[in-house]
Design a protein around this ligand. Structure first.
Ligand code: SF4
Ligand code: MG
Length: 335
């Protein structure tokens, strides 16, 4: 499969009144056609900023590209003008957000909002766009689409609004769909339905998906590959099996053990103690050093390089680096 998107050494900083915040600090990943890549991390890890930058939705200023590139079909999106980006957004790359209420326009019918992109990017007439809108609503599982298409967002339930957002995002058959916490605001049953729908639609349309989430539980059934972000960096990446069954980064261990487990009907949740690093004054060495139970002296001042564990898995941790002195990997990794 060919590479659709290649992000190389991407750095994004924000100028704030007090300091420069290094939100994304040298992130590299690739997206193949038709695959789903999950980017997982706590809030403040840089995952949303990374995702938004692919569509250049990061406000600049105060944000700025501080290095690296985003190659889409071989062209660097960091170099595009705003008007060039206008023709890419919604057509080649589109995005859905956590809360459809903030991204849907409350004063326009769902039908009009679907039609906008079709008229703009695909030169459809109003009538054609309307008919395509009905098809799209049917595709995303909205009942009675002929009637629903003329309704306003407030007439939809939360789950239906997210379905409508997906219909709008997929209207022009984008190559890449970015979903930023698409199910976080929904209750568990609806969450599962929306994730099923996304997987289903991906099989039908072939759109590649970047799924941004803080919840590893969402990833298992929805993604094929995972990138774990922490402190503005990708600390581990691998396919879903590698991340769930053979994780090697202490932060990934922490994320896995903080997933809710159902034990005798009781839900237990262990959060990772501590808080993420201050990216206005980022750690010199490993970003996880302050919270890592296995941290060594060297982790404080030296950023670990990636160790390739397979063709698909790589991990940045000194525990895996043979150059680290006196390293004793912990015996039982996952508690
Ligand atoms: Fe922990 Fe050191 Fe590995 Fe970072 S490099 S995760 S601090 S052991
Ligand atoms: Mg976010």
């Amino acid at each position: 499969m060919s590479k659709l998107l290649e992000v190389k050494d991407l750095a994004i900083y924000f100028d704030t009144y007090q300091a420069e915040v290094q939100a994304v600090r040298g992130v590299s990943f690739e997206l193949d056609e038709k695959e789903t890549l999950a980017i997982v991390g706590e809030s403040g890890s840089g995952k949303s900023v990374t995702a938004q930058s692919l569509m250049r939705l990061t406000p600049m200023p105060p944000g700025k590209f501080a290095g690296g590139s985003i190659l889409f079909n071989g062209e660097d999106l960091t170099k595009k003008s705003e008007s060039q980006m206008e023709s890419i957004r919604g057509k080649d790359i589109s995005m859905i957000f956590q809360d459809p209420m903030t991204s849907l326009n409350p004063t326009m019918t769902i039908g009009k909002q679907i039609a906008e992109g079709l008229i703009k990017h695909q030169n459809m007439s109003k009538k054609e766009a309307h008919n395509r809108g009905v098809e799209l609503l049917k595709l995303v599982g909205i009942p009675n689409p002929e009637k629903r298409i003329n309704q306003y967002p407030h007439e939809y339930s939360g789950g239906m609004r997210q379905r409508a957002m997906i219909a709008i995002a997929l209207a022009c058959n984008p190559k890449v769909l970015i979903a930023d916490e698409p199910t976080t605001a929904l209750d568990v049953t609806i969450q599962a339905q929306i994730l099923d729908l996304m997987r289903d639609l991906q099989q039908k349309t072939g759109t590649a998906i970047i799924l941004i989430t803080h919840d590893l539980g969402v990833v298992a059934n929805a993604a094929s590959r995972v990138a774990v972000m922490y402190g503005g960096k990708i600390v581990e990446t691998g396919n879903v099996d590698e991340i769930f069954y053979n994780p090697k980064h202490p932060y990934t261990w922490g994320l896995l053990s903080s997933m809710p487990k159902i034990n005798n009907g009781e839900e237990e949740l262990q959060a990772i103690p501590g808080s993420p690093p201050d990216l206005a004054d980022p750690p010199k060495g490993c970003p996880f050093v302050a919270r890592c139970p296995y941290a060594m002296k060297l982790c404080e001042n030296h950023m670990p390089e990636y160790t390739n564990l397979s063709d698909t898995q790589k991990t940045a941790c000194w525990l895996l680096d043979e150059r680290a002195p006196e390293v004793e990997p912990p015996e039982s990794a996952i508690v």
